[in-house]
Design a protein around this ligand. Structure first.
Ligand SMILES: [Zn+2]
Length: 149
């Protein structure tokens, strides 16, 4: 007998991924942002402020969905651009925007990925004055250590 449960599970996953992709594309259409996929940019997805463009890995699950929303957050959060905030603050604002606008709750894997991303930026503190360390009570630390959720 055919395993319908497995089929249903796979279809649900595909439908969820399609909905997440549509959600990101809808923001791009509404705010005139170019959406480009680069599967080699998992660690280096980007938001281009001048060209209003995001370059993200293909949305194949929760993690890549949140990465895409994060890049949109750099363009759509009022303080998400590192020219308006310090680099570390801009990172936390872009994540805040992603978390506020997502159609799903972040799972453990997503939360871990977000913390790791913010942690990575801490390595650059001191290398450049734009990389100043946020205040103790700043949103940056709340998201990094999980108190935000
Ligand atoms: Zn970022």
């Amino acid at each position: 007998m055919k395993d319908y449960k497995k089929d249903a599970r796979q279809l649900r996953t595909r439908l969820k991924n399609a909905n997440m992709k549509i959600h990101v594309m809808q923001f791009c259409m509404d705010y005139d942002i170019e959406f480009s996929v680069n599967n080699n940019c998992y660690e280096e997805a980007l938001a281009d402020f001048e060209d209003r463009r995001i370059e993200v890995p293909e949305i194949l699950g929760d993690v890549t969905y949140f990465i895409s929303l994060h890049e949109l957050g750099h363009l759509l959060h009022p303080l998400g651009c590192p020219l308006k905030s310090s680099v570390l603050e801009a990172e936390s604002y872009a994540w805040e925007w992603a978390l506020k606008n997502s159609i799903i709750s972040p799972n453990k894997k997503v939360k871990t990925m977000i913390s790791r991303c913010l942690q990575r930026y801490c390595d650059y503190v001191g290398s450049d004055r734009r990389y100043k360390i946020p205040n103790k009570k700043d949103l940056f630390w709340k998201i990094l250590d999980g108190r935000y959720y």
